[in-house]
Design a protein around this ligand. Structure first.
Ligand code: NAD
Length: 330
């Protein structure tokens, strides 16, 4: 089979190449290109059986239709989330779609806690201050997490890992999920409203769906405790950004940590340091002293990259062998 990897960075190749050298994957002919998969680049897949894309790429209706015209039969997402893929159109054309579920949930959860701690203790500011010979503590006051309440929204693989981390910090852990995770016997499941009302730290770990889109909006923000810390490592669309900005301006939040945000597509994973920023809400978020934003890097650890590479190649191999892989979405 012929497989085209879109949006390949040096770190993707570093972790994928060792698998390609293995005998078992010898039947998979791979090409890496730097361009992201979008409607403008989909035609590059002409003559390929499969394409591999990542979380930030546009695999919407138009792209899927173009891929179908190119003869592509398999879309491999080298990530867990697939909200950027038009599954209905893929299904209509008989294009199979596979993803990589749960490659290293701890990696994302650890990043969520890193964001919470950094924003809370202002490490991003402290780092710069000390480098500039400024040892004043003004503006660096934080809160201790010990004994406080962590509210986890979505207790699947990543949310469960975050719940365990919060428990390790001596926090009381409450959670909201339609399907309680029975392995988390230390977690108290409550309604979303109760979680919003009681939590000192809220961490979002549910997928982006039509139901969860903008679940954090001015109404839900008003239900939160004053001085709450909010962390989002799941998907930008869970939070209505303009309402978040309003809440921050009204001093609702002690701190906010975002690994994902609504306007990230088109900028995330690219070095745009020489360019004029076009997104006004990101600029507004970056202007707040108690907000820290990272570039969708929660997954980015050695463990996750290895697991993503191996599972992606296994997903391709299942197709090559004519079977249905365990990670196919329908
Ligand atoms: P998962 O499928 O294991 O868990 C998701 C949980 O959310 C499930 O328990 C589900 O019941 C729950 N859920 C669904 N709808 C809900 C709702 N309306 N309210 C509350 N809970 C709801 O997924 P996961 O592996 O834990 O990943 C969670 C999300 O993290 C992914 O969907 C993805 O968007 C994001 N993610 C981000 C990164 C990153 O680098 N920042 C990496 C991987 C995944």
């Amino acid at each position: 089979m012929k497989l085209l990897f879109f949006g390949t960075k040096s770190y993707d190749k570093k972790y994928l190449l060792p698998y390609m050298e293995q005998e078992k994957y010898a039947g998979i002919q791979v090409k890496f290109i730097e361009a992201d998969l979008t409607p403008n680049t989909a035609m590059l897949a002409q003559g390929y059986d499969a394409v591999c894309a990542f979380v930030n790429m546009d695999v919407g209706t138009q792209t899927v239709e173009l891929l179908n015209g190119c003869g592509v039969r398999l879309i491999l997402m080298r990530c867990a989330g697939y909200n950027n893929v038009d599954l209905e159109t893929a299904k209509k054309y008989g294009i199979r779609v596979a993803h990589v579920p749960g490659y290293s949930p701890e990696s994302v959860a650890e990043h969520a806690m890193a964001l919470a701690l950094t924003a809370n203790r202002h490490l991003h500011k402290a780092y710069i201050k000390v480098r500039e010979n400024n040892y004043s503590l003004t503006g660096l006051l934080g809160v201790s997490f010990y004994g406080r309440t962590a509210g986890i929204v979505g207790t699947g693989r990543i949310g469960a890992a975050m719940a365990r981390i919060c428990q390790g910090f001596g926090m009381k852990v409450i959670a909201y999920d339609m399907y309680p995770n029975r392995s988390l016997d230390f977690v108290e499941y409550v309604s979303l409203d109760e979680l919003l009302r009681r939590s000192d730290l809220i961490s979002l770990h549910c997928p982006l769906t039509p139901e969860t889109h903008h679940m954090i909006n001015i109404d839900t923000i008003e239900k939160m405790k004053d001085g709450v810390i909010l962390v989002n490592t799941s998907r930008g669309g869970l939070i209505k950004t303009e309402d978040l900005v309003r809440g921050i301006r009204e001093n609702k939040f002690f701190a906010v940590g975002l690994d994902v945000y609504e306007e990230e597509n088109g900028t995330v994973y690219e070095d745009m340091s020489d360019e004029i920023m076009q997104h006004s809400t990101v600029a507004r978020l970056l202007s707040f002293p108690n907000v820290i934003v990272t570039s969708h890097q929660g997954f980015f650890t050695e463990e996750a990259m290895q697991a993503i590479s191996e599972t992606t190649m296994e997903n391709a191999l299942a197709f090559e062998n004519g079977g249905k892989g365990p990670n196919e979405l329908f």
